[in-house]
Design a protein around this ligand. Structure first.
Ligand code: GDP
Length: 295
């Protein structure tokens, strides 16, 4: 994960590491290299610029120039700022009601259905919850089947209604079933499209309006870089989601989405997907991700 970015940042620091004294020019040059590394990792331009400006200002303010180990001090500042860039603290899910309703949104192929299964398993095994999954994709019977198969594998009930073409009605039926069967979390897996589509947005807005979910999680493929951030912006403008889920971080992603989403849409990343298996889900911790990036 992010090997390329880590290598480039490491190289950018080389000039400063181990040096007894550095100049303001050294710092400026290092910042230029860091900005380049971030842009190469597909970080949004404004985000990269604001980030390096902030690090530079902190570095000069905290007397990096007169410090005995300027490289180390700058690494510490970078680490703190990267953590801040990714949201600062861990954004946990909350369970304000019974059942807590979680709406899953995103484009096709982002990993919504896989994430819905992973989340249900996580909530069951790590949080002692009793989730019900709702298959709310009325366009792709295969998606309903996929969720049913996943539910079977992880021992989580799945509500589906193959007769209905009304996502609001299906979601409400799912809610009624959860109440009846004592499920304290309802996870609604919605339909996506290949690209942003007005009809899809209207439909999911209607589901939101009818169900009034406590969490709306926007699932996005981290491999899509800047596109991921642009899609996040559109979904957030329409749905005001409560958190993002970055999938496929196990792949050869450059990392840009992880670093840009919070600053662009001001919503935290709550989970990351790190594989196809149901267990391949992690709560997103900005500080741990920052240490990982800096190596
Ligand atoms: P949906 O259309 O948004 O519901 O997407 P799916 O859940 O069907 O996922 C699309 C593809 O991405 C499937 O082949 C999944 O196995 C795969 N996938 C989902 N999440 C991850 C992940 O975190 N890592 C990897 N490597 N593959 C994933």
């Amino acid at each position: 994960m992010f090997d390329n970015l880590s290598d480039k940042l490491d190289r950018a620091f080389k000039v400063l590491k181990g040096q007894g004294s550095i100049t303001e020019i050294n710092v400026a040059e290092t910042m230029k290299e860091i900005r380049k590394a971030l842009l190469d990792a597909d970080v949004n331009y404004k985000t990269a610029k604001a980030f390096t400006d902030e690090v530079k200002q902190k570095a000069l303010g905290e007397n990096v120039l007169t410090s005995i180990s300027p490289g180390q001090l700058l690494t510490k500042i970078m680490s703190d700022e990267l953590t801040k860039l990714m949201g600062g603290t861990t954004a946990e899910l909350t369970f304000p009601a019974t059942p807590t309703i979680i709406l899953i949104a995103g484009l096709n192929g982002a990993g919504k259905t896989t994430f819905s299964g992973k989340l249900a398993l996580f909530l069951k095994t790590q949080k002692g919850k009793k989730p019900l999954l709702v298959a709310d994709d009325v366009y792709r019977p295969a998606a309903i089947e996929q969720l049913k198969v996943l539910g079977g594998q992880i021992g989580i009930p799945v509500y589906a209604n193959l007769e209905s073409k009304d996502p609001v009605a299906i979601a409400l039926e799912g809610l009624a079933q959860a109440k009846q069967n004592g499920n304290n979390v309802l996870i609604i897996d919605t339909a996506g499209r290949l690209a942003i589509d007005e009809a899809m947005m209207v439909e999911i807005e209607q589901v939101k309006k009818a169900l009034n979910p406590h969490e709306i999680l926007f699932v996005v493929d981290a491999m899509t870089g800047q596109d991921a951030v642009n899609t996040a912006k559109v979904f957030n403008d329409r749905l005001d989601f409560t958190g993002a889920v970055l999938t496929k971080l196990d792949g050869d992603t450059r990392g840009g989405a992880a670093l840009s989403i919070k600053s662009v849409v001001n919503k935290p990343i709550k989970f990351i997907g790190t594989g196809e298996k149901m267990e391949a889900l992690d709560v997103f911790h900005p500080d741990r991700m920052s240490s990982r990036i800096l190596g």
